[in-house]
Design a protein around this ligand. Structure first.
Ligand code: SF4
Length: 268
């Protein structure tokens, strides 16, 4: 599959503690200078969109500098965030170079969010941000993870998708890919039938919900990941495969070896 976007896990640090989390954990993270080199590569590779994620992308101190540079080089920016560090003031500041903000919202109920590890007021905070973003020139998307603990709360999220005219709602079936999601698999796992029934149930509600179904297969196929130390990773059959680290490919003349380079990184 030809791919034109990357999911850049810029930091492993996070300010929430989701018990189903499958983020890539790295003890170290690249310096700003190293990340600038990676961004230069992505610009030469004519990448269309970067989804900035983590951990929590907003914990990385130079995120906005990188986003600005990406924007002025015709790359679209999508911040995937739990919203805890986002404020109206910050939204005003980044509006010019931010194309999309994608919030994680799996339930509105405080008890459920607490039990998932997101903590209380997660839902309330996201709703406040959605209100503020109504009048902004940024496309808002939502990601929800469907697990045993919040399956009964997904319809209330569907209502939010409908009410706030969310442009795209990714409904991820829980997968045990890395870290906590493997440790806590039995508490969160749902079977395929339960997931498919939920999708049908939402469709029956006749709400305006632009759902993107994300089962294991779609999750693996759609992403090229960059981890916090600059490894380019593809996930195949639930295993991460490091295609290359940015330092080993720095010397390649990208213009001359464009296709070869994309192949090495997993883009073709
Ligand atoms: S799922 Fe996202 S917000 Fe939750 S702990 Fe993992 S990286 Fe943080």
């Amino acid at each position: 599959m030809k791919k034109d976007s990357v999911c850049w896990n810029i930091t492993s640090r996070c300010n929430e503690n989701c018990q189903f989390c499958y983020r890539i954990m790295c003890r170290k993270e690249n310096t700003y200078e190293q990340n600038n080199k990676i961004l230069d590569m992505l610009i030469k590779l004519k990448i269309n969109k970067i989804s900035w994620t983590g951990g929590e992308a907003l914990l990385y101190p130079h995120l906005f500098d990188l986003m600005k540079k990406a924007h002025y080089n015709n790359i679209k920016n999508n911040i995937i965030t739990n919203g805890r560090l986002l404020t109206p003031k910050i939204i005003d500041k980044i509006e010019e170079y931010t194309d999309y903000i994608t919030f994680s919202l799996d339930a509105l109920n405080d008890n459920v969010n607490n039990c998932l590890g997101r903590g209380i007021e997660h839902g309330k905070n996201i709703i406040e941000l959605l209100e503020y973003l109504k009048n902004k020139n940024i496309i808002v998307k939502l990601n929800s993870i469907v697990t045993k603990k919040n399956i009964n709360n997904i319809i209330e999220v569907a209502q939010i998708v409908n009410d706030y005219k969310i442009k795209r709602w990714k409904l991820f079936k829980f997968i045990s890919l890395r870290g906590k999601s493997i440790e806590n698999k039995s508490e969160f796992e749902i079977d395929n039938e339960t997931y498919e029934n939920l999708i049908s149930e939402i469709k029956k509600q006749k709400m305006n919900c632009p759902i993107v179904v994300c089962r294991e297969k779609e999750i693996e196929e759609n992403y090229i990941l960059i981890n916090p130390i600059g490894d380019f990773i593809v996930t195949i059959n639930s295993k991460d495969k490091v295609m290359c680290n940015f330092e080993t490919i720095e010397k390649i003349n990208i213009e001359e070896e464009y296709d070869e380079f994309r192949r090495k990184l997993g883009f073709i």
